[in-house]
Structures are given as structure tokens and as C-alpha cells.
Design a protein around this ligand. Structure first.
Ligand code: NAP
Length: 479
């Protein structure tokens, strides 16, 4: 039996799943994509300066290495181009339904199938693979008076390209990774820029570099060189960044490097004090950027730390007074802990996923949820990283799901056992207790109750090991 598979989302995760199915000769799948193109977060985030702080040679599929990356750290258009080429090369487009939003998925027990409801109608599938990502639903703040603002106002992930910041007064609310990338670009042309910072972030330098024609030719002609370079980046992330960003041995040197970076780039002690975090490095996602601090020292930029009280037609009202603005950019992040919250998912016994997850999303290996047979998650709960490439994690998950397909084809719908889940939860909690994310900071790694629902506490090497192949005893089967 060839399972009929619904894939939700055509970003890195959905495309990886589809490509592996194609490679296995399984063409009985459909990718539902709410947007008008593939690319996921790299289609959505088009703000000036958008890019990735994971090196390009690791932030790409292991089976589709690309020798012609033009930079060490890729920018958004190049990543999107890479994903579009992957979709073309592996022939997934005929099975891609763009502009089609999945609104619900219900497991029909009598049929042993999922009924997937989209904006185009209902269809039955044997398997559902969710690849909706963790950073796909922009989070706007809840500041009084937002709707009264007179000028342009938009979220960083919904950049309004009809707005030209040249010569204008711009307010950027937020100072995370997105803000750090767009601020230097806006500051270059704006008349004035106010950066509203609620919490300072740890910032480390980003040693970006251009790969000239020589380097690109070398990567193309000597595949070993490219493999070795990718391996080197991977090992550095695992061996040095992982301990540093999880509170381990190398957090001291990394903290020192961040403070030196601040001292080198920000001469004014008052501004430096504003920008110095008071929580352990790694607790929130570290910003890797070498252009952010210099932009904040420009004469036309102010870092505002006064509490925002409301938005008024002419700008941003703070506890210390009005900051006038022609435009407000909300670089305020994403709704990260809800995972599939935009889709009503109903499993066996009329169990609603939202209800199951009311105290925090969780899944065995980040992939499978008890009572939800044949539902698999990519980049699900507790699989995010602060130190390395999510593409690596996605590949592990896709390989695991590919390993499940023959089992569910032979023995009917498969569902992770509650006792497997309980052991997983216990081990995860024990590992989480050792991580820095629970130290005194707020971050998108946690839900409102403070439970870390997003991050994987181990190395990626450990994750690859435990996801190498599904253990049949971890699951119960319909037959
Ligand atoms: P983010 O890291 O969640 O940052 C959101 C920012 O908005 C924070 O500074 C936050 O302050 C502030 N904020 C939120 N609500 C606010 C409010 N009501 N009033 C004032 N400030 C408010 O979001 P992001 O910058 O979009 O980045 C999200 C993630 O995407 C990153 O952590 C990273 O994983 C990924 N990303 C990566 C890159 C890259 O590779 N360089 C670039 C962009 C995004 P608090 O800290 O006080 O909450």
C-alpha cells in the first residue's frame, strides 16, 4: 500500500519531506501551502537586510549541497532562490497547491484516515506531515492605541515595500535578530530612527565574507573541500557553540567575546550600559551581527528604553514623552509556542491537539503525539536550536518519518504509546533542568507559563542518533 500523504507547508521542512518521497518513488503526496510560493520563512521575511546567521554551507540540505553560495552567511534572496531550485530540480511542483490554507485535520477512526480541510475543500489522507515551522505567525504587541497611528505600520515579517524610509522618521519596536538586521539598513537612509528596546540582547560578531569566483570554483571542482568545510562548521557548532549557548564550559569565553564586541563598537559608556544584558548568555537567542551596534551609534539613531505607554496618531508615547514617527516597524517576533495553533487538529477519541497542549506543546522526538495516529511533525516541539542548523534537524525528522512509512503501510495507523511519551517527557525535563534557557529571562523558547517548549536540549549529533530509525515498540499499531 502506498500511503497518501498531506504535507502542510512548503518551507525547508515541507520541501525536504516531498523531495525524500520523490527520491523513494512515492508520488502520492500533496503539499498544501498557504502562500503564493515555496520558501516558508524565507518567502515571508523580505525586510531590508534579511539573512541567516547560520553559515550557508550548513544551512542547506546535505543531499543538495550548493557550491555557489556568494556569502559565508546567506541573505534571504539567495536562500529563497536555493529552495525554489530544489523544488524545481526534484519535481515537487506538480504536487504543490499554493494559496491553499489547511484549516483543520480530523482523524476519521472508522476509515483510519485523516480528513484534511483546506480553503479549497476536504480530502482524505493516510498520513499528515506538518511542516508549518515555528516562526511563521507574526506576533504584534498589544499596545493601546495601535490602530490610531497615522503613518505606515507593519510587522518585520510583512514588510511594506511601498514604504520608503528615506528621509522619514521611523520607530522600530523590538531589538531581536530581525530588528538587528533591518536597523542598519533603515538607519542609513532615514532622517531619524528610534529603536525601542525592552530587553538588551547578547550580540556576537558575525564574521561574514564574500565567496569570490575563486572560492566558488574551488567548492565546485573539489567536492571534498566543500564537504570538509561543512563538516568543520558543523563540528564548531557542536563542540564550541553548543556548550556556550547552553550554559556550559564555553559560555565564559563567548560572553567575554560579546562584551568585547560591545566595547569595540560602542564607545559611549551610557549607550553601552543600556545595551548590556543582565542575564546569562544563551538564555535568549543570541544575536549574531556586526552591523547592529555601529548603526545604534549613528547620530540619527536613538536607543529608547523608556516604557511604551501607547501609540498615538503622531508616534510612540513613552513614560518619558512622545517620540514622533512617520512609520512604525513591529520587529516583535512570532507566536512560537502555539505550533499548529492555526489549524484545528482532532485525533482519535475526539481529542483536540490544542486541548492536549494547553499546558505546553510536546511530542515524542518532537515528531509524534499520542492519540494522533499517522500525524508527524517537522520542526515540532523541542527541536529548535540556538547553535546550529535547523535544516539538519529537519533532515533527521524526515528520515525518521520515511522509516515509519513501511511500518504504517504494513500494520495500519501508528501512534506513539503514552508510556513512550511519558519516558520522553521525563528525560526531556531532566535535560532541560541543566540548560541556561530557564535562567531569569523571557524568550520565544518558552510558553507563557515559562516551560521551554521550543528548544532541543541536546546536541544535534545526539538527536540524529535517537532519530536514526523508528523503534516499533515505541508505537502501537491499528493491526
Ligand atoms: P524576537 O527574537 O522574538 O524579538 C522580538 C523583539 O521584540 C524583542 O526585542 C522583544 O523584547 C520585543 N518585543 C516584543 N513585544 C514587545 C512589546 N510589547 N513591547 C516592546 N518590545 C517588544 O523576534 P525576531 O527578532 O523576529 O527573531 C525571532 C527569531 O527568528 C530569532 O531568535 C532567530 O531564531 C530567527 N531569526 C534569525 C535571524 C538571523 O539568522 N540572523 C534573523 C531574524 C530572525 P523582549 O526581549 O523584551 O521580549
Amino acid at each position: 500500500m502506498r500511503p497518501n500523504i498531506a504535507i502542510i507547508g512548503a518551507g525547508f521542512g515541507g520541501l525536504c519531506m516531498a523531495i525524500q518521497l520523490e527520491k523513494a518513488g512515492i508520488r502520492s503526496y500533496t503539499i498544501f501551502e498557504k502562500g503564493d510560493n515555496v520558501g516558508g520563512t524565507w518567502r515571508d521575511n523580505t525586510y531590508p537586510g534579511a539573512g541567516c546567521d547560520i553559515p550557508s554551507h550548513l544551512y542547506s540540505f546535505s543531499f543538495e549541497k550548493y557550491s555557489s553560495w556568494t556569502r559565508r552567511f546567506p541573505e534571504q534572496p539567495e536562500i529563497l532562490g536555493y529552495l525554489e531550485r530544489c523544488a524545481d530540480k526534484y519535481g515537487v511542483r506538480p504536487r504543490l497547491r499554493l494559496n491553499t490554507t489547511v484549516v483543520a485535520a480530523t482523524f476519521e477512526e472508522s476509515l483510519g484516515k485523516w480528513r484534511v480541510r483546506t480553503t479549497a475543500g476536504d480530502e482524505l489522507f493516510d498520513v499528515v506531515v506538518s511542516a508549518v515551522g515555528q516562526l511563521n505567525r507574526p506576533q504584534l504587541p498589544d499596545i493601546p492605541g495601535m490602530s490610531t497611528f497615522d503613518g505606515a505600520a507593519f510587522h518585520s515579517a510583512r514588510w511594506d515595500h511601498s514604504f520608503d524610509p528615506t528621509g522619514r522618521r521611523v520607530a522600530v519596536i523590538g531589538s531581536g535578530s530581525s530588528a538587528a538586521q533591518l536597523i542598519p539598513k533603515v538607519a542609513e537612509v532615514a532622517d531619524h530612527l528610534d529603536v525601542f528596546q525592552r530587553t538588551p540582547n547578547w550580540v556576537i560578531p558575525k564574521a561574514d565574507a564574500v565567496f569570490g569566483p575563486g572560492a566558488r570554483t574551488a567548492f565546485r571542482r573539489v567536492p571534498f573541500l566543500q564537504r570538509a568545510y561543512r563538516e568543520w562548521i558543523y563540528r564548531y557548532a557542536e563542540g564550541t557553540l553548543y556548550p556556550a549557548l547552553s550554559g556550559g564550559w564555553s559560555s565564559g569565553p563567548l560572553r567575554k567575546r560579546a562584551l568585547e564586541h560591545l566595547r569595540d563598537q560602542v564607545p559611549d559608556p551610557l549607550l553601552r550600559a543600556k545595551l548590556t544584558p543582565d542575564y546569562p548568555i544563551g538564555c535568549k537567542r543570541v544575536v549574531a551581527d556586526s552591523k547592529f551596534y555601529p548603526a545604534l551609534t549613528r547620530p540619527n539613531v536613538d536607543v529608547v528604553t523608556d516604557r511604551i505607554t501607547r501609540i498615538v496618531p503622531g508616534g510612540v508615547q513613552t513614560a518619558a514623552g512622545l517620540r514622533e514617527a512617520d512609520a512604525i516597524v513591529y520587529a516583535t517576533g512570532f507566536e512560537t509556542s502555539g505550533f499548529l495553533a492555526s489549524i484545528q487538529v482532532i485525533g482519535r477519541g475526539d481529542r483536540h491537539l490544542a486541548e492536549e497542549w494547553k499546558d505546553g506543546a510536546e511530542a515524542y522526538l518532537g515528531i509524534a503525539v499520542p492519540h494522533f495516529p499517522n500525524l508527524f511533525l517537522l520542526y515540532g516541539p523541542n527541536t529548535n536550536l540556538g547553535h546550529s542548523s535547523i535544516v539538519f534537524m529537519i533532515e533527521c525528522q524526515v528520515r525518521y518519518i520515511m522509516g515509519c512509512l513501511p511500518q504504517l503501510a504494513a500494520r495500519g495507523p501508528m501512534e506513539v504509546r503514552p508510556e513512550t511519551m511519558a519516558t520522553w517527557r521525563q528525560n526531556l525535563e531532566a535535560a532541560m533542568g541543566r540548560m541556561v534557557w530557564q535562567a531569569g529571562c523571557t524568550s520565544w523558547y518558552k510558553n507563557a507559563a515559562g516551560r521551554v517548549t521550543n528548544n532541543w536540549p541536546g546536541t544535534t549529533t545526539a538527536y540524529r542518533r535517537i532519530t536514526r530509525a523508528p523503534r516499533p515498540d515505541a508505537f502501537q499499531f491499528a493491526r
